[in-house]
Design a protein around this ligand. Structure first.
Ligand code: IMP
Ligand code: MG
Length: 179
């Protein structure tokens, strides 16, 4: 696939992403050995990562999705999200892994963790494709991460810029002029 104009450079190639997803899946397999695992994806950004991860796992996997919408606009609204589409099934007594595209400030993840924790899962972990720790405002316990990334806006592997580029196989830095 040729890179669209607007992309500045590739941060991780499709091959690097695929290899890293396999490594992280092996870590998850070790941790959840002998148990069933429910992967919860956050629409839409985590869909590509979640499906790749699910296919690489050996433990029995169930999947469910939720969608959130954030209240845009202004610092005061930062991190205020609400559930726009809830899970289809309860998670009571299940081993749950929240699968994220990126943990940035941490607000979204913290909100989701609090919400899901209130539903009585047996365990609740976080797995993210990307971790931008330099921008973290609220601390969240990330159990599995594929890549740590610098403070640049990225697209691909599910991450979008105005809903575009989610289907790029690589993870790429956007040209700031084209964002
Ligand atoms: P947080 O609440 O600040 O951690 O924001 C997380 C959400 O912001 C992610 O789920 C993404 O939808 C979006 N986001 C943050 N950084 C990027 C990026 O570099 N590219 C695309 N989306 C991003
Ligand atoms: Mg987005």
């Amino acid at each position: 696939m040729t890179l669209p104009e607007g992309i500045e450079r590739v941060l991780f190639t499709e091959e690097q992403v695929a290899a890293r997803v396999m490594e992280v899946a092996a870590e998850i397999d070790r941790k959840y050995q002998g148990r069933d695992l429910k992967l919860i994806g956050v629409l839409k950004g985590s869909v590509f990562f979640l499906t790749a991860l699910a296919r690489a796992l050996n433990v029995p996997v169930k999947i469910d999705f939720l969608a959130i919408s954030s209240f845009g606009g202004g610092r005061a609204a930062q991190g205020m999200v609400r559930i726009a589409k809830d899970l289809d099934e309860p998670i009571q007594d299940e081993d749950v892994l929240l699968v994220e595209d990126i943990v940035d400030t941490g607000f979204t993840t913290r909100y989701l963790l609090q919400t899901l924790a209130g539903r009585g899962p047996r365990s609740l972990g976080i797995c993210t494709l990307l971790d931008r720790n330099v921008r973290r405002i609220v601390q969240v316990p990330v159990d599995f991460r594929c890549f740590e990334i610098p403070d640049r806006f990225v697209v691909g592997c599910g991450l979008d810029c105005r809903q575009l580029y989610r289907n790029l196989g690589c993870i790429a830095v956007m040209n700031p002029d084209k964002q």
